[in-house]
Design a protein around this ligand. Sequence first.
Ligand code: UDP
Length: 371
Amino acid sequence: MLQRVEMMRNISRTHVLIILTLLLTILGATYIYSGDAISSFRFCEPCEDNPQLPLTDAMKDLKVKDCLENGAWRIGDLKMQTGLHYAQPSTQKGRTDVNSVTNWNAPLVWDGTFDPVVTDAIYKKMDPRVAVVVFAVGKYTRFLKGFLESGKKYFLVGFRVTYYIFTDNEQEVPKVELGSGQKISIITIPSAKRWQEVVLGRMKWATITIDKQIRNEADYLFMMDIDSVFYNPVGGESLSQLSAVLHRGYYKNTNRDAFPYERRPLSEAYIPAGEGDYYYTAAVWGGYLEEMYKLVKYCYMKSEEDKKNGIEAVWQEESHLNKYLLYNKPTKVLSPEYLWSDYDAVPADIRVKRISQLIKDYKEVRPNGGH
Ligand code: UDP
């Protein structure tokens, strides 16, 4: 009897050992196999070939590592090809009429502070996919033609740009023939009774659509107002992890307490007196897709919280944007060249008007009129 028990014990031990060995072999093989599959990734090609490719975070990290080892690029790299001809940069000469660096050491971009031959070469080398999110709700569809036609001529020419047009009236989206690499994608959204609803609603619709669609199609994303046109080139120099534009109305303001920040503590956008760097416009802002997603979603969530508390920030999403950028500094600050206004004369320090807001009849164009 005892012998049989001992035999049984030995048999089950052997079984356990065999099963364990088998399991370890299967696990090992899976690891080696997936390791091979991962290490064959190169950063851009597979994403573009197969945008649906489900990548885990670990895989993404490996891809980046693989990239660096192979000398391939990734978003944010500042690589340049050999043999490019351009003027030698100087350590002594530059713009002296304006400041071209922030106090957190980020570039403050003005004409003359960069060489477009160099910046375009660097950023084109990455061949990023750029998404431009614009809203044309109600009568604002009339601005699409001018925006797209001028964008074709001046906005990131030679880059892959997709204009995501959010509209309640697809029929009124003009057929503009764009340049090579430039595309249009239309997203239908509901109409609105108040312009404030459209302006704030942009944060909600952009969040939803980045999640559902744009994330798989873009590396950089810009949010822009549609009632604007491009008058001059906007190129690679505008690209960065997070780029914000100085509001033309306040860029010379030396008293931060006069910025039109939200001053009511009840709002999530509240900034107390004595704080603040600059006042940024919400009519043009851009950056890496994920950075922009975070920020757009932040503005959406914060305005929802405000709504629950029965308050709307003084300048809607612009107020939340300014609060965010005060505590999460942008990596590039673009001068008001990147959003001027046809209402205002152009001062000497704005040597190039690149993008400008059009003159419009607010009462006529907005669903609820008003300014
Ligand atoms: N917008 C729209 N329909 C509206 C109101 C606003 O499509 O009825 C969009 C449009 O993209 C516009 C942006 O929201 O450029 C900002 O609104 P608006 O230009 O009226 O604001 P402003 O910058 O003049 O204060």
